[in-house]
Write a protein of this length. Structure first.
Length: 81
């Protein structure tokens, strides 16, 4: 690489850095105070399949809900040693 090619490559790199900085500044202005850390819009809870369309029934397909249906027991007596 001769001196002319090196100078051209350096100039191109400086141009790219300048463009990137302008892009970052424009993006920060559009995103507001919180920038890229602003939360995304939430999805409807019904889309997760936990609650049906009537919103008065919780499906029992999840382990936490099933655990609430089991009678309480003494954890010391139920250890398998």
């Amino acid at each position: 690489m001769d001196e002319m090619e090196f100078t051209e490559a350096e100039s191109n790199m400086n141009d790219l850095v300048s463009e990137y900085q302008q892009y970052q500044d424009a993006t920060a202005d559009e995103e507001g105070v919180h920038g890229a850390l602003a939360p995304l819009p939430l999805t409807s809870i019904s889309s997760f399949g936990i609650i049906n369309v009537d919103y008065n029934f919780i499906e029992a397909s999840f382990p936490a809900i099933e655990a609430t249906k089991k009678p309480p027991c003494d954890p010391i007596k139920n250890t398998s040693r």
